[in-house]
Design a protein around this ligand. Structure first.
Ligand code: THU
Length: 159
């Protein structure tokens, strides 16, 4: 038997420590929560994607009476960005969530399905996506999806 250790390295920043670009993306994710349709959970999530050409595309969670038919903010934003700009690599993704008007102090991190889609988007464009998880106490930054999704399934596994 061998032991295989997986190390996860994340960085936590105060808002003021972020670059102008990252702050702008976090603000876009916060604003995007206004587009959330969450009559069931009342949990409003916004996501903002930065493309290589610096365009920002946002999304918000969209719920449905048939619960699994709804979609998270992250995939709403990524799919919209890719559908509208299929040749523009995604370079960063920011996520913000609030209950009522209050943004959460501790950041949320993407669900498993969204992590897989972020992974697929990295594979598609051949570059890591900087992930910013906003909380009022600080912003957790993951350099690429790998720290959040170790041992992930990628195209190469099928060859
Ligand atoms: N949700 C997101 O949009 N992103 C996440 O990272 C976690 C959860 C949404 C899905 C659903 O509309 C609500 O939050 C409660 O799960």
């Amino acid at each position: 038997m061998k032991e295989y250790k997986i190390e996860t390295v994340l960085h936590i920043y105060e808002i003021a420590e972020l670059s102008k670009e990252d702050r702008e993306l976090v603000e876009a994710a916060k604003s995007a929560t206004a587009g959330s349709y969450a009559p069931y959970s009342k949990f409003h999530v916004g996501a903002a994607v930065r493309l290589k050409n610096n365009m920002i595309v946002t999304g918000a969670n969209q719920e449905n009476a048939a619960f699994p038919s709804g979609l998270c903010a992250e995939r709403t934003a990524l799919f919209a960005a890719n559908a509208q700009n299929p040749r523009q690599p995604v370079v960063a993704l920011a996520i913000a969530a609030r209950k009522g008007r209050q943004f959460l102090s501790q950041p949320i991190s993407p669900c498993g399905a969204c992590r897989q889609v972020i992974s697929g988007t990295e594979e598609r464009f051949g570059q890591p996506i900087r992930i910013l998880l906003y909380g009022t106490d600080g912003v957790i930054v993951s350099e690429g999806i790998s720290p959040l999704l170790p041992l992930r399934f990628v195209d190469g596994n099928m060859n």
